[in-house]
Design a protein around this ligand. Structure first.
Ligand code: ADP
Ligand code: MG
Length: 731
């Protein structure tokens, strides 16, 4: 075995002896301990400051300077009591990770006397020198300043000795440079539009919040093996590796018992999460070997997004303590499932009603149907945007790969609700008033929608957007993605849809003098028939569906560059501008950043692939080939000619096979490098991304195929990279 592989496996075996166990403690005793949340605020803030912060959290009101000073000083006292020496604004630039710049509370005062300081200004606003964050040309290099500004909607917390204040991140000229800013605006737009529609049903509704419950999938791999795989370390995924004899075909990993070392890791990072108020509840094995999932109780969307960003950070750091690496890439291993991040989404009112949950009465159910059908209509109109917001180089490997939803966006609603919608469509007659009997019949029908629709047998795992009883589950989001992007799009399209719905219903009431219910039925009926193409109950993995989807006129953007174009279409620019979520300029910037990120990812993968092929795989194959050649030469010396031919036949075959594979790999790597040179000269971001996607990436498969064949031929003793069976089945 090659020394690097041997050492990696040896240290892995030693790890098994290091298991320490974890003291059990009741979660309620430490949940939210490190968050400046409800309890801490009540204890540390004056009544006036508490009221102001609550109002800012709930209604988005401004906090004035004097109150900010008070809040800052209380927050500082609380943070120092919780072991913080530093503070940082914590934000989510378009790099995909979180960013922080820590400053000490400590300030050297006059006469060398040190004081701990944290002012209202420190809390509210900072100016990180942020010139190296992606801005898509929004910020000229001479104007490198960006602002971070406090988001009171997400509580501050202490982690690793720093008080972290969740913030938005905008340019000097006010344009969003992060994921949070447009999402907050989308949530605001949804709130306004949804409250107006709720008013048809319940005058007490004054606030609607989007709710999000994410499910995070991930792989774990031993640290030593990770280090022995430069492709994993540099690109997050394996670019080589033959499938092991046993993969996931026995389906014995899903929900199986979790390996001890992994449980220790889970308990450790969950403990960190719980202290930070992240309500993680679920842990289990996933479908693929060494794949796991973590899910919390759902929360208000903005908070849930912050919590997911924080979770990914905590998972990464905790993994190192356990000598693991966590892989959040969408497709770390070929041939077995990749990882997603399901976004369970719904809307809830200040009166405690989940708007996507049917109620006990026909009135409640009409409200449910109104929101439910508007979601379908929104998804039908804006399916292209839902596809764009999940597009990434990593997710391209998942979508349409018969394990994750296809790249075609469709919605699954289950047979019960399909029947309800079909009946509604038939019974309501367009443009005519309903007789009292007809109305009663309709309402009776609606009243029959069962309060609980959580029929698990009716689940469709192949749908990218599935209704699961009291929420929609957007299943196509990638595991490494920031959910804020999906939440921005989903809530914006829903806000827009609800505004249109309201306008149409009002118009029917005003102009056609229909009563409210009648007007609502009329509009819903039309929406049902107009959005029908987006509904699909069958197998999303099947080839027939792709044909059927094309017939229905649904888009199928298999690759990121094509999927992104809609970000700057006329329809979508108008949508985002009208809802005050993103300006034309901000959209252009995002489009450019996403294209550039895509290009860079493929470029790095291509370089790593070429390097590994040239200086790991080919040399190893030639080394083995030389051994065989020496063997053949030796045989020739000791055997007579006739015996020699029989004895050396197998070796000679392997020798020529190796030469063939090596020749193709060498030639393909050379051609790939030339293709890269051509791509690198292209100035236009869109064209360059397409070139990388269709020309450069085209070589990956060929090079990998032949390298993986060599892995099967070459003596296991000298193979240079840890194999799939080692990475996936030992922990
Ligand atoms: P599963 O999908 O594994 O069957 P559940 O249906 O219980 O599990 O929930 C999956 C996720 O959906 C959880 O994270 C849960 O918190 C979330 N969820 C449940 N209700 C809502 C809701 N109203 N809004 C958003 N997320 C929700
Ligand atoms: Mg799920």
């Amino acid at each position: 075995m090659s020394t690097i592989r041997f050492k990696a496996l040896e240290s892995l075996i030693n790890r098994k002896k290091e298991l320490t166990g974890h003291p059990a403690e009741k979660i309620s005793t430490y949940f939210g301990k490190n968050v400046f949340g409800e309890n801490a605020m009540r204890e540390y803030l004056s009544k006036e400051a508490y009221a102001a912060v609550k109002d800012a959290m709930e209604n988005g009101s401004q906090i004035d300077r004097a109150v900010a000073e008070q809040v800052a000083s209380s927050m500082k006292a609380w943070a120092i009591n919780h072991g913080a020496t530093h503070f940082t604004h914590w934000f989510q630039p378009l790099t995909g990770t979180t960013a922080e710049k820590h400053d000490a509370f400590f300030e050297p005062g006059p006469d060398g006397v040190a004081i701990e300081n944290f002012s209202g200004t420190n809390l509210i606003q900072q100016e990180p020198d942020a010139s190296s964050f992606p801005s898509g040309g929004i910020r000229n290099t001479f104007e490198a300043r960006g602002y971070t500004a406090w988001d009171p909607g997400s509580p501050a917390f202490v982690i690793r000795g720093s008080l972290c204040i969740p913030t938005i991140f905008v340019s000097y000229t006010g344009e969003a440079l992060d994921y949070k800013t447009p999402m907050l605006k989308a949530l605001h737009a949804l709130d306004k539009a949804a409250v107006e529609v709720c008013q048809y049903f319940d005058k007490n509704v004054s606030k609607v919040q989007a709710t999000l419950g994410w499910e995070q999938e991930y792989f774990l791999i031993d640290e030593a093996l990770y280090h022995a795989r430069p492709d994993l370390a540099l690109t997050g995924r394996t670019l080589f590796g033959h499938s092991p004899a046993k993969g996931q075909q026995l389906e014995d990993h899903y929900f199986g018992s979790i390996p001890e070392r992994v449980v220790e890791y889970m308990r450790d990072f969950e403990h960190e999460c719980l202290k930070l108020g992240i309500p993680v509840r679920t842990r289990h094995n996933e479908v693929a070997p060494n794949q796991f999932e973590c899910a919390p109780m759902f929360e208000e969307a903005n908070l849930a997004v912050d919590h997911n960003q924080l979770l990914m950070d905590i998972m990464n750091k905790t993994a190192r303590r356990h000598r693991f690496r966590v892989l959040l890439h969408e497709k770390p291993f070929a041939g077995i499932n990749g990882s997603g991040k399901h976004n369970n989404w719904s809307m809830s009112t200040n009166t405690g009603k989940n708007l996507l949950s049917p109620g006990k009465t026909p009135k409640n159910n009409l409200q449910f149907l109104t929101f439910f059908i508007n979601v379908l209509k929104a998804v039908h109109t804006h399916a292209d945007l839902l596809r764009a917001c999940i597009a990434s180089a990593g997710n391209d490997h998942r979508l349409g790969a018969h394990e994750a939803p296809p790249a075609v966006i469709s919605a699954f609603i289950g047979s019960q609700l399909s029947e309800v919608l079909d009946a509604l469509e038939k019974k309501v007659k367009a443009g005519t008033k309903m007789s009292p009997d007809e109305k009663t019949e309709l309402k009776l029908g609606i009243g029959k929608i069962p309060q609980i629709l959580l029929d698990n047998t009716d689940r469709n795992r192949t749908s990218p957007f599935a209704f699961t009883g009291n929420k929609f589950e957007f299943r196509a989001v990638g595991s490494s993605a920031n959910c804020a992007y999906a939440m921005t799009v989903l809530n914006t399209i829903m806000a827009q849809q609800l505004k249109e719905f309201k306008a149409e219903v009002d118009q029917l009431m005003d102009k056609k003098h229909l009563d409210k219910d009648e007007a609502i039925f009329q509009v819903l009926r039309r929406y049902i028939s107009e959005s029908k193409a987006i509904r699909f109950e069958g197998n999303g993995y099947s080839a027939e569906w792709l044909k059927e989807a094309a017939k229905r006129g649904l888009n199928n953007f298999a690759k990121t560059p094509e999927a992104l174009d809609v970000l700057v279409s006329k329809k979508n620019i108008q949508l985002f501008e009208e809802n005050n979520v993103l300006s034309h300029r901000e959209l252009e910037a995002r489009y450019e950043i996403q294209l550039e990120t895509y290009t860079k990812k493929i470029q790095i993968e291509s370089r790593v692939l070429g390097d590994l092929a040239a200086n790991h795989i080919i040399p190893t194959a030639l080394k083995y080939q030389n051994q065989l050649i020496r063997n053949v030469q030796g045989l020739k010396e000791i055997l007579d000619e006739k015996t020699f031919y029989t004895a050396a036949q197998a070796q000679v075959e392997i020798i020529t096979d190796i030469s063939e594979h090596v020749t193709i790999i060498k030639k393909s790597v050379d051609e790939m490098i030339e293709a890269r040179k051509v791509a690198n000269k292209i100035d236009d971001h869109r064209k360059q991304a397409a070139e990388y996607c269709h020309k450069v990436q085209a070589f990956f498969q060929v090079i990998r195929y032949h390298a993986d064949k060599l892995e099967l031929l070459v003596d296991d003793e000298i193979w240079c990279l840890p194999k799939y069976r080692e990475m996936l089945f030992i922990n």
